[in-house]
Design a binder for this molecule. Structure first.
Ligand SMILES: Nc1ncnc2c1ncn2[C@@H]1O[C@H](COP(=O)(O)OP(=O)(O)OP(=O)(O)O)[C@@H](O)[C@H]1O
Ligand SMILES: [Mg+2]
Length: 257
């Protein structure tokens, strides 16, 4: 039996009296596209924040492959190969596209730079290698025309792509995407879907993605996990989940608000 890419067991997370996650468990297989869906406030971002280490669950365990990561801080998880994008864009607006992507790369460089003892030639070679990797990601995501523009001047959809680029620059094994298509027009959505599929296919990156666009979720996910009020109410293939009465009820209930 091959190890799971990610194993979530019985996670509980609350903020004061508010319960964000109540005993959620699931496994993500290596190389799959795993979608987390559910109504607003269901606990989706909280789950992603627990996986990346931003939030610490009060109970439960998280394993990345065979490695328990439940107690590790975010930067340690990042170094193991977990990268993410945020629900609200978290880029340095005054910095160029390339420099924002380099930030993602530095994480990767850190250990090697330190072990090189900052000797000038190796530091310079390393800087060159970093730039080469950034150029590769820029080309992969079609950001060449805007590479030197300050991020804050770019269209929203392009900024979302820069966030993906920064995550990819760290060469992750697991990519966590919190609503990567939110606020995009249909052309931008198509581009983002293509980028996600290519990342998954070309590099075998496992993807856990929160997304509200059901058409896209049904199209590209291997597995869908549905959360509602911090509980897992369904888990399965897109078609299994779509026909699940609990899911239909959760979504119809939302329309009454
Ligand atoms: N940092 C926080 N402090 C206090 N409460 C929080 C915090 N983060 C999340 N919550 C609460 O936890 C619950 C789940 O929130 P979460 O952001 O995980 O939902 P979500 O499914 O991502 O919703 P949305 O679709 O609106 O993004 C909500 O009641 C929310 O108010
Ligand atoms: Mg959210």
């Amino acid at each position: 039996m091959t190890a799971m890419a990610l194993s979530i067991r019985d996670l509980f997370l609350s903020f004061g009296g508010v319960s964000a996650l109540s005993g959620v468990s699931f496994d993500v297989r290596p190389g799959e596209i795993f979608a987390i869906i559910g109504p607003n406030g269901a606990g989706k971002s909280s789950m992603l924040n627990c996986i990346s280490g931003l939030y610490r669950p009060q109970r439960g365990t998280i394993a990345f492959g065979e490695t328990p990561v439940t107690g590790l801080p975010p930067h340690r998880r990042a170094r193991l190969g977990i990268a993410r994008s945020f629900q609200n864009i978290a880029l340095f607006k005054e910095m160029s596209v390339v420099d924002n992507i380099l930030v993602g790369r530095h994480l990767h460089a850190r250990t090697r730079l330190l072990s090189a003892g900052f000797s000038l030639p190796s530091a310079r070679i390393s800087e060159k290698a970093q730039r080469a990797k950034v150029d590769e990601v820029v080309a992969f995501l079609g950001l060449g025309a805007v590479r030197d523009e300050p991020v804050g001047t770019l269209a929203y959809g392009v900024q979302k792509r820069v966030e993906l680029a920064r995550a990819l620059a760290s060469e992750p094994k697991l990519l966590l995407l919190d609503e990567p298509m939110a606020g995009m027009n249909s052309g931008e959505r198509d581009d983002m879907v293509r980028a996600i599929l290519e990342t998954n296919a070309a590099h075998g990156v496992t993807i856990v993605m929160i997304e509200h666009d059901m058409g896209i979720v049904m199209d590209i996910s291997d597995t869908v996990c549905v959360l509602d009020f911090g509980r897992r109410i369904a888990l399965g293939s897109p078609s299994e989940v779509r026909d699940d009465p609990h899911v239909i009820k959760a979504y119809l209930g939302e329309e009454d608000d």
